[in-house]
Design a protein around this ligand. Sequence first.
Ligand code: BEZ
Ligand code: FE
Length: 295
Amino acid sequence: MSLQATNGAGEVELGQDFTRHVIESMGPNTSPRLRQVMTSLIQHVHDFAREVQLTMDEWMLGVQLINWAGQMSTDRRNEGQLLCDVIGLESLVDNITYRAAAKSGKPVTASAILGPFWRADAPTRPNGSTITFDTPDDAQVTFMHGRVVCAETGKPIPNAVVDIWQASTNGLYEQQDPNQKEHNLRGKFVTDENGEYSLYCLRPTPYPVPNDGPAGKLLKLLDRHEWRPAHIHLIVQADGFKPVTTQIFDEKSKYLEDDSVFAVKSGLTVQFQERKGDPNASLELEYNISLAPAA
Ligand code: BEZ
Ligand code: FE
């Protein structure tokens, strides 16, 4: 069949022939992977529209939501990503990727979603220095440290880069908040010859994802809250190893069970301990990272 056919009663048929026709309109120069992805996407989107009997008004509302996300996005804000996050898509893709990486059976540090607030240009800072400037009065400063090791051998990895970022206690990342210094609460730390890194940061606190755009609107319509459990983001990479993007969650935090972006995984919760004798920090957090060899 070519165009949409009508049956004997003059009704337009909404069946698989039409879907197949759309899929088969791809030309021979489409790459095999794109053909595979688009075939499946078109099939599922058509089946979805048939299943819920999507109306023109509902379809147009969806189009407007996507357009709104695009119009809101800048190099400081990725609303399209946030929309994906609140329907669990980034987390699902992350799980698919992590399962492939963890196939070796070795104790590789679990991954978690990147989220929209990472910045590529975070400064490299010396081990033992701080990422918290103008520390808020309600913050608990934490000495965070750990070792990056090879998941196969357990040996420390020198020169690994530990890229860390977190929100302040007002729930905002520095690029969302004109009152925070540029690059506040973010930095890169290079492990020493023993594979160790260390820094001062804040005990993280729960925060709501931005609710002034389509993702917030969708959450409201779905009668869901916007909160994320307290977490710190990390990307760890080293020559010869697969990099890991992850988040660690305070095991005492609210919202571990109902993270608005579905990113919490067992194995990523951590315990903050009391720290004595350090005038710069009341808490301590040890977090070790295990990377899989690249090949
Ligand atoms: C975050 O953790 O920074 C984040 C992740 C997904 C959506 C919004 C924020
Ligand atoms: Fe975050």
